[in-house]
Design a protein around this ligand. Structure first.
Ligand code: FE
Length: 157
C-alpha cells in the first residue's frame, strides 16, 4: 500500500515538473535559427527567407512601399537593424536602406550562388538572412542595403 502511494506521488511530481518545464520553455524568446519554435513564429515564406536564404518576389513584401517613421527589427531575434531615416525608394521592389542603424549588427558574407558574386547580409546576432548589399546606393554612403520585407518587423516611433 505504501509503495503504491509512493509511486503515485512520484508520478504526480514528475507530471508537475514536466508541465513547469514546458511553461518555462514556451515563454522564452526565439533567438536563433535552430529553435524549433521558429516555424511557429514565422510564416512559411519568412522561414524560407530567414533560414533558407530565399528571396521574396519584388513588389510583394510588406515594407517595400512602407513610409512610417520607426525602426526595422530582425524578424527572428528582434535586434534593431534599420531606421526609417535611412530608407529610400530604390525602385527595386525591396525595402532599401543606405545605411544600417549600427553596422556592427549587420554581418556581410561573400555569396557566389546563382553564378553571381554578391555580398549577403545577415543579422549578426542570430545569422538570419536579410538580403544583399550593393554599392549603387545614394549619398552619403553610396550603399544599398537591399532587404527582404520577410526578414523584418517594424516598430513604429
Ligand atoms: Fe536576428
Amino acid at each position: 500500500m505504501k509503495l503504491n502511494i509512493l509511486i503515485i506521488l512520484t508520478l504526480f511530481h514528475f507530471l508537475v515538473y514536466s508541465q513547469n518545464k514546458k511553461t518555462i520553455i514556451s515563454s522564452e524568446k526565439v533567438m536563433d535559427l535552430k529553435d524549433p519554435k521558429l516555424k511557429e513564429k514565422l510564416t512559411p515564406e519568412q522561414y524560407n527567407i530567414c533560414v533558407g536564404k530565399g528571396t521574396e518576389r519584388a513588389f510583394t513584401g510588406k515594407f517595400w512601399d512602407h513610409h512610417e517613421k520607426g525602426t526595422y527589427t530582425c524578424a527572428v531575434c528582434s535586434t534593431e537593424l534599420f531606421s526609417s531615416e535611412t530608407k529610400y525608394d530604390s525602385g527595386s521592389g525591396w525595402p532599401s536602406f543606405y545605411d544600417a542603424l549600427d553596422k556592427t549588427k549587420v554581418e556581410e558574407i561573400k555569396d557566389i550562388s546563382y553564378g553571381m558574386v554578391r555580398i549577403e547580409i545577415v543579422c549578426k546576432k542570430c545569422k538570419s538572412h536579410l538580403g544583399h548589399i550593393f554599392n549603387d546606393g545614394p549619398k552619403p554612403t553610396g550603399m544599398r542595403y537591399c532587404v527582404n520585407s520577410g526578414s523584418l518587423e517594424f516598430e513604429k516611433k
